[in-house]
Design a protein around this ligand. Structure first.
Ligand SMILES: Cc1cc2nc3c(=O)[nH]c(=O)nc-3n(C[C@H](O)[C@H](O)[C@H](O)COP(=O)(O)O)c2cc1C
Length: 295
């Protein structure tokens, strides 16, 4: 499936629905208020096989989602795919408010984005991430359970953690939730790509050149997280792998590590070419899908 960050319009969902080999369409990220994200300069670049984005969640907000979600869900249903809404709240209550809109609009799944590193305020002040704050995630869990229970399947999207004991603490917390899957991982924070003259490539206002790293540079870090979390989590919690998936071979690597789903962002988003999603899945199917020998 596509990873969050691309589908911000009904037209985008229509394009994703036409990709034959994907099973889910991920819409968003959506925040409560409409916002422009980080503008006023470059906010997404490719360097070699790495991607650096500092989009900062540009999107049309909760009311747009309320008005357009039923149509997007119908498009997904018509093509036999599940519709996932990726949401990002500033507070636990905002997550719940967005979750209610996603549920009422007919989405199959909500993905809680707890790990966007590209939220910058005036003067470059960076927001904290829920994924590093168990107390905040616990508050979200309680409010979510009160309002939504298990009415809608929920995925928790996490950061690429470096500290193994932090992964243990997060996994212990996830045991207490109704998470159906975790998505591993969001981008690695605060990369500062430069050109050959050391000039910063990300120039959007308030970012100070900082961006989330994804693509090949994130791949091994994501895979370390996938492998460790697979050991730590109960089997009832599945894993979506994300990070540097750009071929059927890499898709298979994630599958072998125990992933139930795989998400692709940079490789197709850089040129907004959804056929890349099909090519990756087709390459996997050709090389790894076990076909019974004909009698
Ligand atoms: C341009 C861009 C925008 C993104 N926006 C979001 C977002 O809105 N919500 C989210 O949860 N993740 C977002 N991500 C993170 C991706 O969904 C994904 O987790 C990450 O990029 C790793 O995948 P990749 O290596 O295939 O790019 C974004 C990534 C990119 C490159």
């Amino acid at each position: 499936m596509n990873a969050a960050g691309y589908a911000k319009s009904v037209d985008h969902v229509r394009k994703l629905a036409q990709v034959p080999l994907t099973t889910h369409i991920v819409v968003g990220g959506i925040t409560c208020a409409a916002q422009e994200g980080n503008t006023g300069g470059t906010n997404f670049v490719q360097v070699g096989n790495d991607f650096f984005n500092s989009l900062g969640l540009p999107n049309k907000g909760k009311e747009w989602l309320r008005s357009n979600l039923p149509e997007m869900c119908n498009i997904a249903i018509d093509t036999g795919k599940k519709l996932v809404v990726n949401i990002s709240g500033g507070t636990p209550q905002e997550y719940v408010d967005l979750g209610v809109v996603a549920h009422e609009g007919g989405a199959d799944i909500v993905e809680l984005n707890l790990s966007c590193p590209n939220k910058f305020g005036p003067g470059g002040k960076q927001s904290d991430m829920f994924a590093f704050d168990v107390a905040a995630m616990d508050m979200l869990k309680v409010l979510w359970r009160e309002r939504l229970g298990t009415k809608i399947e929920t995925w928790w999207k996490l950061s690429p953690y470096a500290n193994p004991m932090e992964r243990v603490r997060i996994a212990q917390f996830l045991y207490t939730t109704d998470a159906a899957r975790v998505t591993l991982c969001n981008t690695f924070p605060n990369a500062r790509p430069r050109d050959k003259d050391s000039k910063l490539l990300v120039t959007a206002k308030n970012t100070n050149g900082r961006a989330g790293l994804s693509g090949e540079g994130l791949r091994i870090i994501s895979q370390i997280n996938v492998e460790h979390f697979r050991e730590l989590l109960p089997t009832r919690i599945g894993i979506n792998g994300a990070g540097g998936i750009d071929s059927g071979t890499v898709l298979e690597e994630y599958r072998q590590l125990g992933c139930d789903g795989m998400q692709v962002a940079g490789a197709f988003m850089i040129n907004e070419d959804v056929s890349v999603l099909h090519d990756i899945a087709a390459q996997w199917a050709d090389n790894y899908f076990p076909v019974e020998a004909e009698a």
